[in-house]
Design a protein around this ligand. Structure first.
Ligand SMILES: [Zn+2]
Length: 65
């Protein structure tokens, strides 16, 4: 998961939603919608979030599905 390790420093280990310290890496487009993990883990599809924002983002994905 090298790409995940790149996303966190790119975002300064800061939640990109609320600005809190965060180290969770969220897939903007859900992982399961991709045919291959390489594309799913492209840096452009990864965003650093704190845990509460990550839970909320995943819940929104569930509702949209
Ligand atoms: Zn947050």
């Amino acid at each position: 998961m090298a790409q995940r390790r790149k996303a966190t420093p790119r975002d300064a280990a800061t939640c990109q939603h609320c600005g809190a310290p965060g180290v969770d890496v969220h897939h903007i487009v859900p992982f399961r919608l991709f045919d291959d993990y390489v594309t799913a883990n492209d840096l452009g599809n990864l965003v650093t979030l704190c845990k509460p924002c990550h839970r909320r983002a995943d819940a929104e994905v569930q509702r949209a599905a």
